[in-house]
Design a protein around this ligand. Structure first.
Ligand SMILES: Cc1cc2nc3c(=O)[nH]c(=O)nc-3n(C[C@H](O)[C@H](O)[C@H](O)COP(=O)(O)OP(=O)(O)OC[C@H]3O[C@@H](n4cnc5c(N)ncnc54)[C@H](O)[C@@H]3O)c2cc1C
Length: 397
C-alpha cells in the first residue's frame, strides 16, 4: 500500500515536538518530510541571549543529529501553500497531510520608520546580526566618540523586550570594560506603551521587575507610546507630551505576528499572518482538505474557550500542540477515530532578568530571584533533553 506523505513546515518547537513524540513504529508507517530554511534548529526562547552576546552556538542543534532517522530533511525556504502543494524557493512538494509550524515575524503595527530603522529578534541569524551591530557601535564609539553609539533603545516591555534589556545591560557592562569604555556612559532605555511592564504579571511583580532593571542601569519608560522611529532615535508620547529619545541602536520587540508564508498564501484566510484554527488544530475556515491540514505554534490563532481570547504565542503552547498532533497522527495512521480536542492550561511562566535572576509564576504563585532563575533554566533544559538527550546539558558555545 502507498505510504501517506506527511509534510511538516518549520523546525521550531511545534513541528519538532510532533516528530519527537511519535513512536518509532508510526515513523515507519508514513513518509515524513520536514522543510526548514536552515539545517539547524534554534532555541527561540534564548534568542535574546544570542542578541546580547551572552550565548551563541549552545542554542542551536544540527537537525541531522536530532531528527529521527526516518524523517527526510529538506533545507529550503517555503514561499506559499496551495490546496495540494507547497511551493518553496527551489521546488514544489505535494502532501497527503500537512503540518504548518512556520513561527512568527515582527509586527511594526504600521508605526512609521520601524521597519527601516529598527532591528528585531526573530531568528538565530537576526539575533547574530544584532549582536554584531552592538559590537560595531561600541567600536565606532572608540573611533568617533559619538555618545549616541553608546545609547540603546529597546521598544516593548513584554517578555522579549525585558529579557533582552536585562541581558544587554550585563553584556554591555562586560564589553565596555574590555574595550576601555566607562560602563556608566552607556544608556539603555526600555520603552513600554502600557502603564506597567510585563502586563501578563500582577503589578507587584511588574514593580519588582522595574526595580531590577533600574538596578542594572536601565531607564524604564512606562506609559510611553512610540509614535515614530528614526535612524537616530524614536519619538514617544508620554502624558500628552511628545519627546524624542536619541540612540544609534533601536531594537523592536513590541509585537509579533504569524508567518509571511501564511500572508502570501491566498488559499488561507489570514489575520495578522495567522490561520485561525479549531480545537483539532485544523483551519477554522471551510476548505476541501481542512481535515488534512494542521497548524501548530505561532502561525495559528486558537481561541481559549473559557475567555474567548486568543492564546498568546508561546513555546509552551507550541510544544503542547505538537505533542497533541503526534497522537492525532498516530490515530490517523492506525485508522482509529480521534475525536479528542486539544486543551491547554498555561503552566509556569518565567521571565529572565539577566544572569541569576528571574521572576514569574509557579502553580499560580509568584516567584522571583535566584529560585525563579533556576526554574527558568530547568524549563529550557527540559526542551534540550527532549530533542538531544543528556549530551545537550553539557553543550558549550
Ligand atoms: C527572545 C524570545 C524569548 C521568548 N521567551 C519565551 C519563553 O520564555 N517562554 C515561551 O513559552 N515562549 C517564549 N517566546 C515565544 C516562543 O519562542 C515562540 O512562541 C515559539 O518559538 C513558537 O514556536 P513555533 O514552533 O511556532 O515557531 P519557531 O520556534 O519560531 O520555529 C519556526 C521555524 O520555522 C522556520 N521557518 C520560518 N519561516 C520559514 C520559511 N519560510 N521556510 C522554511 N522554514 C521557515 C524557522 O527557521 C524555525 O525553524 C520567546 C520568543 C522570543 C523571540
Amino acid at each position: 500500500m502507498k505510504q501517506a506523505k506527511i509534510l511538516l513546515l518549520g523546525a521550531g518547537y511545534g513541528c519538532l515536538s510532533v516528530l519527537k513524540n511519535l513512536q518509532e513504529n508510526t515513523l515507519k508507517q508514513a513518509k515524513f518530510t520536514l522543510i526548514n530554511n536552515n539545517a539547524y534548529h534554534y532555541h527561540t526562547i534564548l534568542l535574546h541571549e544570542v542578541s546580547s552576546g551572552a550565548k551563541n552556538q549552545s542554542t542551536c542543534y544540527d537537525l541531522k543529529e536530532i531528527l529521527p532517522k526516518e524523517v527526510g530533511l529538506i533545507v529550503d525556504e517555503v514561499l506559499s501553500i496551495e490546496e495540494t502543494k507547497v511551493i518553496t524557493k527551489n521546488g514544489t512538494y505535494d502532501y497527503d497531510y500537512l503540518i504548518i509550524g512556520l513561527g512568527f515575524q515582527s509586527d511594526s503595527f504600521g508605526i512609521k520608520g520601524i521597519e527601516e530603522y529598527s532591528l528585531s529578534i526573530t531568528s538565530f541569524s537576526s539575533a547574530l546580526h544584532i549582536k554584531n551591530h552592538i559590537q560595531k557601535r561600541l567600536e565606532t564609539y572608540l573611533q568617533k566618540k559619538d555618545k549616541n553609539d553608546l545609547k540603546f533603545i529597546v521598544c516593548g516591555g513584554g517578555f522579549t523586550g525585558i529579557e533582552f534589556s536585562a541581558s544587554l545591560a550585563q553584556e554591555l557592562h562586560k564589553k565596555a570594560k574590555i574595550l576601555g569604555i566607562n560602563p556608566s556612559d552607556i544608556e539603555i532605555f526600555c520603552v513600554e506603551a502600557m502603564p506597567h511592564i510585563l502586563p501578563m504579571f500582577d503589578q507587584n511583580m511588574s514593580k519588582i521587575a522595574c526595580q531590577r532593571l533600574e538596578n542594572l542601569g536601565i531607564k524604564v519608560l512606562e506609559n510611553s507610546k512610540i509614535l515614530e522611529c528614526f535612524q537616530d532615535g524614536i519619538l514617544i508620547q508620554n502624558q500628552d507630551e511628545n519627546k524624542k529619545i536619541i540612540a544609534n541602536t533601536i531594537i523592536w520587540s513590541a509585537g509579533v505576528k504569524g508567518s509571511s508564508v501564511i500572508q502570501n498564501s491566498p488559499y488561507f484566510q489570514s489575520e495578522r499572518s495567522k490561520i485561525k484554527i479549531d480545537h483539532f488544530l485544523h483551519p477554522l475556515q471551510e476548505l476541501p482538505n481542512k481535515n488534512k491540514i494542521f497548524v501548530v505554534g505561532d502561525c495559528g490563532a486558537l481561541q481559549d474557550p473559557v475567555t474567548n481570547r486568543f492564546y498568546p504565542p508561546t513555546a509552551q503552547i507550541a510544544t503542547r500542540e505538537g505533542k497533541y498532533l503526534s497522537e492525532a497522527i498516530e490515530a490517523i495512521l492506525s485508522d482509529k477515530d480521534f475525536d479528542k480536542p486539544f486543551t491547554f492550561a498555561s503552566g509556569n511562566s518565567v521571565c529572565s532578568l539577566g544572569k541569576n535572576y528571574a521572576l514569574g509564576t509557579l502553580e499560580n504563585k509568584n516567584i522571583f530571584g535566584f529560585k525563579a532563575y533556576i526554574l527558568k533554566r530547568i524549563i529550557e533544559n527540559i526542551w534540550n533533553l527532549k530533542i538531544k538527550g543528556f549530551s545537550s546539558l553539557f553543550k558549550k558555545d
